[in-house]
Design a protein around this ligand. Structure first.
Ligand code: RTP
Ligand code: MG
Length: 155
């Protein structure tokens, strides 16, 4: 959002149903926490088809669109907003490439997933997407700005 300090961004991250089913929620959130990104929004929910169609609107018409919406709607997800320096790019780097079989070890997809169809996690890919997705998934009052004391050792 525009009220953030210079260089500080917010990004939208979602753990998809395979991550929840496989019991990876804690370890995935942990990676972002350990990197130093700050949680400012977090919720567990079953996303509606309507929400997911909006979320993935850019892919409408592609052959993988319908299976994708079905997959992400197949169970509960964890939606979050993470804040920090360059958070959008850093978030994508931690997540890795779309196809987990090509994502290097050390990335979430590279370490924990095998195939594009079940690639565990979503992260915003630009500041425009981040803003759109955060507004789509979270109400303003669900986002909590706070001072993280350990930031003085990090930033
Ligand atoms: P995401 O949006 O979920 O963070 O993933 P991404 O940017 O790495 O990939 P994107 O191109 O935005 O695609 C969104 C999701 O659609 C599924 N997908 N399937 N060829 C395929 O079968 C295919 N391509 C994409 C994946 O679940 C991907 O994360
Ligand atoms: Mg994407």
């Amino acid at each position: 959002s525009s009220h953030l300090p210079e260089g500080i961004e917010r990004t939208f991250v979602m753990i998809k149903p395979d991550g929840v089913q496989r019991g990876l929620v804690g370890s995935i959130i942990s990676r972002f926490e350990q990197k130093g990104l700050k949680l400012v929004g977090l919720k567990f929910m079953h996303a509606s088809e309507c929400l997911l169609r909006q979320h993935y609107a850019e892919h409408e018409g592609r052959p993988f669109f319908e299976p994708l919406v079905k997959y992400v709607q197949s169970g509960p997800v964890v939606a979050m907003v993470l804040e920090g320096p360059d958070a959008i790019k850093v978030g994508r780097l931690l997540i890795g490439t779309t196809d987990p079989s090509k994502s290097p070890p050390g990335t979430i997809r590279g370490d924990l997933a095998l195939q594009t169809r079940k690639n565990l996690i979503h992260g915003s890919d630009s500041s425009e997407s981040a803003q759109r997705e955060i507004e789509l998934w979270f109400g303003q009052r669900e986002l909590v700005g706070w001072e993280k004391d350990s930031d003085k050792w990090l930033l």
